[in-house]
Design a protein around this ligand. Structure first.
Ligand code: NAP
Ligand code: HSE
Length: 437
């Protein structure tokens, strides 16, 4: 085993993954070597890299670096002090190599939210047992330094709520549907053509990627073990252009919104489509941008906005972590020691909220009354209700838009089930939570 490098020796990086993020990191290190050394107090150098295809052209000169086909071998090299995991995937190479590095006491920087969402607790325990840093700024909201803000800048606060739009692809799809008046399927295809979608698009549009990110933030915010399985997930596939337009008329925009808060009923984690006021910072968020909103008891509300993906923003976040390690700065992986993170009790249902309901009914006497009765019997009070005439159609159907007063999600589900039994519904109704932001 080689001797531990001193604080004045160069910090030697091994980068596993030479795609968007990995190459972004290489480019900054090559371009800004002097600046990084000045900030770190020592040189920061790449010694070895790994990817699957050694022959691929990658837009950066890698000839000075040793090549390893096996990321685990890279992680174990004596000339690697910090293992940079930017391959992706929560099993296989990413997990094996990260574990190998941490087991040897090597520091790890990763952009891999899936890995942390599924194995964050075990990896944090391994890192802390071996005196290694495990850093992951790039994993949540890309270039926005939200992990540093939560673990350091807001360390004096009790965090009350964490919210955010943390998947740029979904925000691109929703805002493009609205601005161009296009249906979901058309814009989904556009996003695919533009290369915005993950290899498995369901990670994006199913809310899974954003759910991973939320579960990581919740752990830091509330001192709990990462519990991705307890995140209530709903993707954007059922958000219709009709809902987007009707919400807009009422002064709301629809976002795939993550919310985590500790309630008297336990930890609430949701990543679901929500209506937010159009004029709020979240409502104003356009295109592929991310936004994270943090609320602390002392600081109040903080809003952070920026690029959640892409070569530059993610490499920026990775380098921020690397410089901290080079400076010798250490903190527990999730802000408090892994052994002190508690297993959260998951709130069985979300905090009551106002709901937007849209139902297509047979346009005949008593239809609306039947729907209203279902709501009344479920204990739900109606705030606004209107029937929308569709002059260009004559199909004998009517669209009814209802905004409820605050209601429990379970009561809304119960009412929707009762709607179905009325026999007046023409299609499955839409129900979208209105979030107070
Ligand atoms: P990417 O462009 O697909 O690149 C992945 C790289 O990993 C490729 O170079 C690939 O090799 C290499 N790789 C994959 N499996 C490997 C294995 N078994 N052994 C060795 N190398 C392997 O991915 P990316 O967009 O850079 O994302 C990397 C990580 O960052 C993921 O966890 C992702 O979720 C996260 N992230 C990405 C972004 C973003 O904007 N792209 C933002 C935030 C977080 P080949 O090139 O030879 O195929
Ligand atoms: N697929 C992700 C997004 C990439 O669209 O935000 C960054 O994690």
């Amino acid at each position: 085993m080689s001797p531990m490098p001193s604080q004045s020796d160069p910090l030697r990086l091994g980068i596993a993954g030479l795609g968007t993020v990995g190459i972004g990191v290489v480019k900054i290190i090559q371009r800004e070597a002097a600046l990084l050394a000045a900030r770190a107090g020592r040189d920061v150098v790449v010694t070895a890299v790994s990817a699957r295809d050694a022959g691929k052209k990658r837009g950066a000169d890698l000839s000075a670096y040793a090549w390893e086909l096996d990321p685990v071998a890279l992680a174990k090299r004596d000339d690697v002090d910090v293992f940079i995991e930017v391959m992706g995937g929560h099993e296989g190479a990413a997990k094996d190599a990260t574990e190998a590095a941490l087991a040897l006491g090597k520091h790890v920087v990763t952009a891999n939210k899936a890995l942390l969402a599924h194995h964050g607790q075990a990896l944090a325990e391994l890192a802390e047992k071996n005196g290694a840093a495990l850093r992951f700024e790039a994993a949540v909201a890309g270039g926005i330094p939200v992990i540093k803000t939560l673990t350091e800048g807001l360390a004096g606060n009790r965090i009350q709520r964490v919210m955010g739009v943390m998947n740029g692809t979904c925000n691109y799809i929703l805002t493009r549907m609205q601005s161009a008046g296009l249906p979901y399927e058309t814009v989904f295809e556009e996003a695919r053509q533009l290369g915005y979608l993950e290899a498995d698009p369901n990670l994006d549009v199913g809310g899974i990627d954003a759910g991973h990110k939320l579960s990581i933030l919740a752990s830091i915010a509330f001192g709990t073990r990462v519990s991705f399985d307890a995140v209530e997930l709903e993707g954007i596939g059922n958000v219709s252009i009709d809902d987007i337009n009707l919400a807009d008329d009422m002064g709301y925009h629809i976002k795939l919104l993550g919310v985590a808060q500790m309630t008297g009923r336990g930890l609430e984690q949701r990543m679901t489509p929500c209506l937010v006021p159009a004029e709020s910072p979240l409502g104003q968020l356009q295109g592929g941008t991310n936004m994270v909103v943090l609320e602390g008891d002392a600081v109040g509300q903080i809003v952070m906005r920026g690029a959640g993906a892409g070569e530059g923003p993610t490499a920026s976040a990775v380098l921020g972590d690397v410089i901290d390690i080079a400076r010798g700065f250490r903190l527990p992986v999730f802000g408090i020691p892994a052994s002190q993170l508690v297993q959260p009790v998951a709130a069985l249902s979300a905090t009551p909220a106002r709901y937007y309901l849209r139902a297509k009914l047979q346009d005949k006497p008593g239809a609306l009354a039947k729907v209203a009765t279902c709501l009344g019997e479920a204990g739900i009070s109606i705030d606004q209700m209107r029937q929308i005439n569709q002059p260009d159609t004559d199909d004998g159907d009517a669209i009814v838009l209802i905004v409820t007063h605050k209601a429990a999600p379970a009561d809304i589900q119960h009412a929707l089930a009762q709607f179905a039994a009325t026999g007046v519904l023409v299609e499955t109704p839409a129900a979208i939570r209105i979030e107070e932001v």
